[in-house]
Design a protein around this ligand. Structure first.
Ligand code: GAR
Length: 189
């Protein structure tokens, strides 16, 4: 069976990109990372793409981003946002309904938006976590695919919490992607 083709959108470090790529190499994987798109020419994730011989494109301007990017997505089945810090237009999001997913560093619906780990520390929450969800036009509000809680200890700060959450992101994001791929395959049949 032909694997589903995935594009990963990034803006920075790319550690989730790396975990998605590594898990896609597993024999039983239903997906293949075919393309990396960045809105930042200096994103470290671009180096990860290159190292893994995955074509990568970066767009400097936000103007018409969705239109420009769409021409590269003709053969793509699923888009994964992995630390992609740009809100996508409503039309684009609608076109990719149930095929566009995101990882967010909180146990949604808590702590939506920017600096989620810092929000959790400042709120003195006893736990936070990470969530993989479908993207809708409402930020960090689409249907949850997988989530994992992470305890916040008294000694935790934003940095230590971010590290603990990231370890879990790297586990749930590849699993959630397989789940989405499976759902699409079943739907196609
Ligand atoms: C991750 O923690 C991801 O959850 C977060 O950015 C980081 C990207 O790290 N995303 C968001 O906050 C989106 N709202 P990475 O570039 O190493 O994958």
């Amino acid at each position: 069976m032909k694997k589903l083709q995935v594009a990963v959108f990034i803006s920075g470090r790319g550690s989730n990109l790396e975990s998605l790529i590594q898990s896609s190499f597993k024999k039983q994987s239903l997906v293949e990372v075919q393309l990396v798109i960045s809105n930042n020419s200096k994103a470290k994730g671009l180096v990860i793409a290159k190292k893994n011989k995955i074509p990568a494109i970066h767009f400097i301007s936000r103007k018409n981003f969705e239109t420009k990017v769409s021409q590269y997505l003709q053969n793509i089945d699923i888009i994964c946002l992995a630390g992609f810090m740009q809100v996508l237009g409503t039309k684009f999001v609608r076109n990719w309904r149930l095929r566009l997913i995101n990882v967010h560093p909180s146990y949604l619906p808590a702590f939506k938006g920017l600096n989620a780990q810092d929000q959790a520390i400042k709120a003195k929450a006893s736990y936070s976590g990470c969530s993989v969800h479908y993207v809708t036009s409402k930020i960090d509000s689409g249907q949850i695919i997988l989530q994992k809680k992470v305890k916040i200890l008294k000694k935790d700060n934003t940095e230590s919490l971010s590290k603990k959450i990231l370890i879990e992101e790297h586990k749930i994001y590849p699993r959630a992607l397989q789940m989405v791929a499976k759902r699409l395959i079943v739907k196609k049949k």
